[in-house]
Write a protein that binds this ligand. Structure first.
Ligand code: DLL
Length: 433
C-alpha cells in the first residue's frame, strides 16, 4: 500500500490550482511590498500585485536569474527582516561567487515536510534509521534530509560526508535502513563495502534517497545491486529551498514536484517562451509559500520536462523527468551538444569498465578535442594490451554512434580517478583556461 506524508500529494487538480493561485497572488504582494528589486522590476513592466489573481497569470511575471542573487549579495533579495530569519545556507559556488539563501522557521518547517514526503515515498517511517551522508553545513543536503527524517519521526543518524570506512561501520553497528547521499558517493560506498569483504546481507539498508547531481538509470541499477537496496531520486536546489523540491515514488518514472510550494514551468531557454507539457526545456520555479526568499520564476538552468500523466502511486502532483543536465554544463564539442550524463549512460550500458570517468575537453589547432578517461574494472589486467585496446575502440565506436562525436578513449588503472564524497566532478574543460 502506497503511503503519503501529506494529503495534498493526492489532491484533485482543481484544488491544487486554487491553492496555487491564492499562494501566488499572496507571494507577489509579499515581494512587491518587501523586496525593492522586485518592486522596481514590476513597476518597470507595469505589473501591480492585483494583476496576478490566478496561477495562469504567472507568465506575466519576470524571470529571476542566479546573477540577480549575485548582484544583490548577500541578503538583498530577502523579503523578511533579519529578526525573522532562523537559518542561512549557501550554494556550492562552483560556477562563480556563491549565493546566500535564508529561511524563516516556517520555511524550515515546510522544507522538513517536503523531505518527509520524499522519505515516505521511499518507504520510510518512524521505524527507520535514516543515515544522512550528505554534507552538513552550508550545503543544503545534510540538514534538509535530516529535517525530513525527523518530520516522519524516524531516527536520524547524522553522519555527514566522508570517512567511508566509518560510514560502513555505522551501517553495520547502528542498523542504518535508509541511506541519503549523492549517487556517486552511494556507488563508492557500495564498492568499498565489497572491497572490505562485507556482504550486503550483513547490513540492513533497504532504500536510498540520492540526488544533488544528475545520474543515469544504469547508475541506479549498479547502486541497487552493490548495496542491495531500492534507489530513489530526489531533486532540489538551494535557491528554491534545497532537497525535496521534487521526489521519486515507487513508479520511478520521474519525480513528483511539491507544486503546492514550488510552481514549475518548462521554458525555451533562448526565447523564454513557456513550452507545452511534455516538451524538454529549462526548468523554472516560483516559490509560492517561501517567506524569507520567495524567488519568482527562477531560472534553474536544469533541463527537464513535465508530465501530468496519471501515476500508479496515486499522487496527483505533476512529475518532472530526471534532469539530463544543465544548460551550463552542456559541452559543445565541435558544434555537437554533449552532456556528461550521456557519456556516462554509454559507459555503463557497455559495462566493460568501472563507472568512474572524467571528460577532458581541450582545443588543439582551433579544433575541440574530447578525451574520455575511464577506469578499468578491478579484474581486468592492465597489461592485457589487446583487451585494453579493444575496449577503448568499442567505447569510441559506441560514443560515436550514440552521441555523434569522435573521442579519444583512455582506460586507466582502477582507482586512478579521485572519488568524491559530495557532488562528483566529471569534466575538465581546458578551453576556458
Ligand atoms: O544539490 C540540493 C540537493 C541536496 C538536492 C541533496 C538533492 C539532494 P545545490 O547545491 O544548490 O542544491 O545544487 C542544485 O544540483 O540545479 C541540479 O543541477 C542539481 N541537482 C540536484 N538534484 C538533482 C537530481 C542541491 N536529482 C543543482 N538530478 C540543481 C539531477 C540534480 N541534478
Amino acid at each position: 500500500m502506497e503511503r503519503y506524508w501529506n494529503p495534498v500529494e493526492t489532491a484533485p487538480l482543481h484544488e491544487l490550482r486554487a491553492l496555487q493561485s491564492l499562494r501566488l497572488s499572496q507571494t507577489v504582494r509579499h515581494v512587491y511590498e518587501h523586496v525593492p528589486f522586485y518592486r522596481k522590476k514590476f513597476d518597470e513592466m507595469g505589473i501591480k500585485p492585483e494583476d496576478i489573481q490566478s496561477i495562469d497569470d504567472i507568465s506575466k511575471l519576470p524571470f529571476t536569474y542566479k546573477q540577480d542573487l549575485r548582484d544583490n549579495y548577500p541578503y538583498g533579495l530577502f523579503a523578511v527582516p533579519v529578526e525573522d530569519l532562523v537559518r542561512i545556507h549557501a550554494s556550492s559556488g562552483t560556477t562563480g561567487k556563491q549565493t546566500v539563501v535564508g529561511y524563516t522557521q516556517n520555511d524550515i518547517d515546510i522544507w522538513g515536510n517536503c523531505c518527509g514526503r520524499a522519505l515516505t515515498a521511499a518507504g520510510g517511517d518512524a521505524s527507520d534509521f535514516v543515515h544522512v551522508s550528505y554534507g552538513y553545513g552550508l550545503f543544503t543536503g545534510g540538514l534538509g534530509l535530516h529535517a525530513g527524517a525527523e518530520e516522519i519521526h524516524a531516527t536520524v543518524i547524522p553522519v555527514s560526508s566522508g570517512n567511508t570506512k566509518r560510514q560502513i561501520q555505522i551501517f553495520k553497528d547502528f542498523g542504518s535502513t535508509i541511506l541519503c547521499c549523492t549517487p556517486s558517493y552511494a556507488l563508492f560506498l557500495g564498492e568499498s563495502l565489497r572491497e572490505m569483504g562485507i556482504d550486503k546481507s550483513e547490513i540492513s539498508l533497504k532504500a536510498g534517497v540520492f540526488g544533488a547531481e544528475p545520474w543515469s538509470e544504469e547508475m541506479r541499477h549498479k547502486i541497487e545491486e552493490l548495496l542491495g537496496i531500492k534507489a530513489y531520486d530526489i531533486y532540489g536546489l538551494s535557491e528554491v529551498m534545497g532537497p525535496g523540491v521534487a521526489f521519486e515514488c515507487s513508479e520511478q518514472t520521474g519525480m513528483h514536484v511539491n507544486e503546492d510550494h514550488f510552481y514549475p514551468e518548462i521554458i525555451d531557454p533562448d526565447t523564454g517562451e513557456v513550452l507545452p507539457e511534455g516538451e524538454v526545456g529549462e526548468l523554472v520555479f516560483t516559490c509560492i509559500t517561501k517567506e524569507a526568499l520567495p524567488l519568482i520564476r527562477y531560472r534553474t538552468r536544469d533541463i527537464a520536462s513535465l508530465s501530468r500523466e496519471k501515476c500508479s502511486c496515486g499522487r496527483t502532483l505533476i512529475k518532472m523527468k530526471k534532469p539530463s543536465g544543465r544548460t551550463d554544463d552542456m559541452l559543445i564539442i565541435r558544434g555537437v551538444n554533449v552532456f556528461p550524463s550521456q557519456v556516462e549512460a554509454v559507459l555503463l550500458e557497455l559495462g566493460d569498465t568501472a563507472p568512474h570517468y572524467m571528460l577532458i575537453v581541450d582545443r588543439v589547432d582551433n579544433l575541440d578535442t574530447l578525451e574520455i578517461q575511464v577506469e578499468m574494472k578491478e579484474d581486468m589486467e592492465f597489461d592485457a594490451v589487446r583487451l585494453v585496446e579493444e575496449t577503448e575502440a568499442k567505447i569510441k565506436a559506441a560514443v560515436a554512434s550514440t552521441l555523434g562525436i569522435s573521442a579519444k578513449v583512455t582506460l586507466l588503472p582502477p582507482k586512478s580517478l579521485a572519488r568524491s564524497e559530495g557532488k562528483a566532478v566529471h569534466v575538465i574543460d581546458k578551453r576556458k583556461i
